[in-house]
Design a binder for this molecule. Sequence first.
Ligand SMILES: Cc1ncc(COP(=O)(O)O)c(C=O)c1O
Length: 383
Amino acid sequence: MTATPPSLTPEDRAKLNALHGRLSALALRNIGYPCNQVFDYSELFRFLQFSLNNVGDPFTGSNYRLNTHEFEREVMEEFARLTRAPEDDWWGYVTGGGTEGNMYGLYVARELHPEGICYFSEDTHYSVAKILRLQHTRSIMIKSTPDGSMDCADLRETLRIHRDVPPIIFANIGSTMKGASDDLAAMRAILDELAITSAYIHADAALSGIILPFVKKPQPWNFADGADSISISGHKLLGCPLPCGVVLARRKNVDRIARSIEYVGVLDTTIAGSRSAITPLMLWYRLKSLGHEGIAQIVQRSLQLADYAITQLQARGIKAWRHTHSITVVFPRPPESMMKKWIIAPKKDIGHIITLPHVTESVIDEFASDFTDALKTQTKAKS
Ligand SMILES: Cc1ncc(COP(=O)(O)O)c(C=O)c1O
């Protein structure tokens, strides 16, 4: 195959080089967003010469044979094990990210319960309200407790008032800002107590879905604990240069929404039509090359580093904390002057850092020292 020779002007090439320089400097200062920057996919670069496409259901094949469905199936089988999906009663695919996975879960829920009401907490990712608007699903926001998890007393009371309408509960398993997990066991208990037999629970495990399978005594979060679908991001803890994720749902629920499309010879079970064939390959490569041991090491190191960050910040009088099994270290919102140097994700009165592999002890020391200096300058300016 011959490719068109590159024909950039020197100015255009310089622009690309400048971008590369800027990104190289920034990548290691990205401590507020959960995107692991440490990976090497160079062995896969040769696959970029093909116009690949994973259109359709990875389990039923497609007329477009330049695909990586076989690898996608292996990725999904691994995630089915990690999420304790019921054997022979699960289905899933590689998504464009956590948002698409949440959309898929809520879509299945809406098809099962067209009149259902979706309950989600104040701490839920911003995209969920948009998804619910898009699919015209009635919804009620439930209060959060100060630690960021869904207030189960408020959930119980709200469900009690709407007992005649099937609930679709959107559970955060590692919330965006505070890394909080909603209590899946308590949710199931409330449904039992109120004798609500027809309900759906979707678990948004964007970051934590790859942490919890590798810790001792994880909080309830997976299929065995009562989730009906689960969405996990691929580019977060595992790390991937292209945004991606996985979604899994109970097979019997998915079967209700599958449609066969003749033009591409696929079963139309996915949200997107054309889908990346490179991201399933990257996830496969990452899972295979790290193995369970490699992932467990990343998780352990990230948890230890989170504790290191808490110790360093607290030693400087900054109230830092984290949830059990969470690598999101929460603290009061840093002064605006910090935002120029560091990529942090502040919201209202808090900020956080996420201790992924590119974050080292020295990065944390530097951040903590900058934080203290910025607070001192702020205090001086006010007095
Ligand atoms: C809890 C949670 N859910 C969903 C998302 C959206 O995931 P993505 O950015 O992969 O679409 C995020 C992103 O940070 C998140 O933190």
